[in-house]
Write a protein that binds this ligand. Structure first.
Ligand code: DGL
Length: 262
């Protein structure tokens, strides 16, 4: 495998760009290819079998494009499909899971909130992590129903999202959380709104930086880190390229976003 090949990244839609941003920041020499399966979003309400099928489809496309490693920038796809992907393909996979561990180790209130999709919260992988840390802590799990759809429509800052979050966070605030774990790669885009609703002492944790660091560790261990600047990042979506282009934060939003039927 050549070091100059791209890092392939996929998500059910535009949200995984929050992970892409961290990877691009940490590994600026690397060529990255981002696939947004927005046509099939949200994954969170689909069956585990369907999520595995879509994850295979995205993996095949990234392999066709020459990926040397695949980052599953979606908690729902990771918790439902990564075991299958790792046993089916001879390529390293990096996944993203809700960061329960750092929250559980740091909470003083012994009470943490997890906001994630139904698909993530109902997965076996998540249940194992949650069981491990719920012995010493109260864990308040809430399904972020409807949030991914709104972000996919380009409405992350809309008033209606503020109202939805106010209702969703209510049980967590009532329970007295001091940490909120964002268990979906779309949700970092809601942080400005979340901060308006949560009591100021509540810390928000997402897994973006941890995923980027893990990607670097794995590439390094396999001697697959590039040493020369590769071509600029590429973005592909089977949804609306405008919405994907608009969510990528400045000053990184000058890269071209292409429509691709996959
Ligand atoms: N970004 C995906 C995740 O991290 C969203 C899932 C969905 O499409 O419902 O879970």
């Amino acid at each position: 495998m050549s070091k100059d090949k791209p890092i392939g990244i996929f998500d059910s839609g535009v949200g995984g760009t929050s992970i892409w941003k961290e990877i691009h920041h940490l590994l600026p020499l690397e060529h990255t290819i981002y696939l947004a399966d927005s046509f099939n979003a949200p994954y969170g309400e689909k069956s585990s079998e369907e999520i595995v099928r879509l994850s295979i489809k995205n993996t095949e496309k990234l392999l066709e494009m020459g990926a040397k490693i695949i980052v599953v920038a979606c908690n729902t796809a990771t918790t439902n499909a990564i075991t299958h992907l790792r046993t089916s393909y001879n390529i390293p996979f990096i996944g993203i899971e809700p960061a329960i561990k750092p929250a559980a180790l740091q909470t003083r209130a012994k009470c943490i909130g997890i906001l994630a999709t139904k698909g993530t919260l109902s997965s076996n992988l998540f249940a194992r992590a949650s069981d491990l840390y719920s012995k010493d802590n109260k864990i308040v799990e809430v399904v972020g129903k409807g949030l991914v759809e709104k972000i996919e429509q380009g409405q992350k800052d809309a008033r209606v999202v503020h109202d939805m979050l106010t209702e969703l966070l209510e049980p967590m605030i009532q329970a007295g959380i001091d940490y909120l774990v964002l268990g979906c790669s779309h949700y970092p885009y809601l942080i400005p709104t979340l901060k308006k609703i949560l009591p100021p002492h509540v810390q928000i944790i997402d897994s973006g930086m941890a995923v980027a660091k893990q990607t670097r560790v794995v590439l390094q261990s396999l001697d697959l880190l590039t040493s020369e600047k590769q071509q600029i990042p590429e973005f592909f979506t089977n949804g609306d390229p405008k919405i994907l282009a608009e969510i990528i934060p400045a000053p990184l939003n000058s890269f071209k976003v292409n429509y691709l039927d996959f």
